[in-house]
Design a protein around this ligand. Structure first.
Ligand SMILES: Nc1ncnc2c1ncn2[C@@H]1O[C@H](COP(=O)(O)OP(=O)(O)OP(=O)(O)O)[C@@H](O)[C@H]1O
Length: 214
């Protein structure tokens, strides 16, 4: 290998190891889609393969921490009063109540993480997507769809994390979400997660595409 070539190769490896490759469009990435479609699978790959580029948005919740959960890592655990106060001050891009507990994504969390130069990834359900769109919060919206409802059911069952009742509830909700995903202009990108690597490549390509292409 000629010395100049060697230098270029070494230099390029050095740049890659030192500086994260940042997407031209740094707006937060809102990932939504039916439970079991593979959102977690795909964004976990994004974090593993670009550890310095992306960061997961840490939500606020009024529920208590479970064993091993850490404040500021899994959630910002706050009192109901603190949550309601922040909500009244318009501090959330989206919030919702599940099983009697409140959950929300705070604007300050997104802004702090974005200020560190990272692209913030949000895993948000449909109602949250609607809220974020309604306030016009700048973000890129990606919808992960299953190849079919039958395959979605297979994945939910195969995951082995849900009761029969929970699986049926998730499948019913999936129909609503898939219907909503056909609303024009809601999502910047819809990815059908049939083969994981193919879907991942599509996600990566979208994420690193210039703003005007999204
Ligand atoms: N392309 C794929 N082919 C086959 N199985 C897949 C594929 N993508 C994900 N899975 C599997 O499907 C199951 C559901 O995936 P995952 O947990 O990532 O879904 P999710 O959309 O994040 O769900 P939730 O919203 O409930 O967290 C997992 O067991 C995962 O390993």
């Amino acid at each position: 290998m000629r010395p100049s070539v060697l230098f270029r190769v070494t230099r390029s490896r050095f740049i890659h190891s030192m500086a994260p490759v940042l997407p031209p469009d740094r707006r937060p990435l809102v990932i939504s889609g039916p439970s079991g479609a593979g959102k977690g699978t795909l964004f976990t790959l994004l974090f593993q393969r670009h550890p310095d580029t992306f960061t997961f948005s840490v939500s606020h919740t009024t529920r208590g921490p479970r064993d091993g959960e850490q404040h500021g890592v899994n959630y910002h655990f706050v009192t109901r009063d603190a949550f309601e106060d922040l909500k009244a001050r318009d501090g959330f891009v989206e919030s919702a109540t599940f099983g009697g507990n409140m959950y929300g994504t705070s604007k300050a969390t997104i802004e702090e993480q974005s200020a560190k130069g990272k692209v913030v990834v949000l895993d948000i359900e449909m109602e949250g997507v609607k809220q974020i769109k309604a306030i016009g919060f700048p973000a890129r919206f990606v919808f992960i769809a299953p190849p079919s409802e039958e395959e979605l059911e297979r994945r939910l069952r195969g995951r082995g994390t849900d009761s029969e009742a929970s699986i049926l509830k998730r499948l019913a909700q999936a129909k609503v979400e898939l219907e909503y995903s056909t609303t024009p202009g809601v999502h910047d990108k819809i990815i059908v997660n049939e083969d994981v690597e193919t879907a991942y490549r599509e996600l990566e390509e979208f994420v690193f595409s210039p703003a005007e292409q999204s």
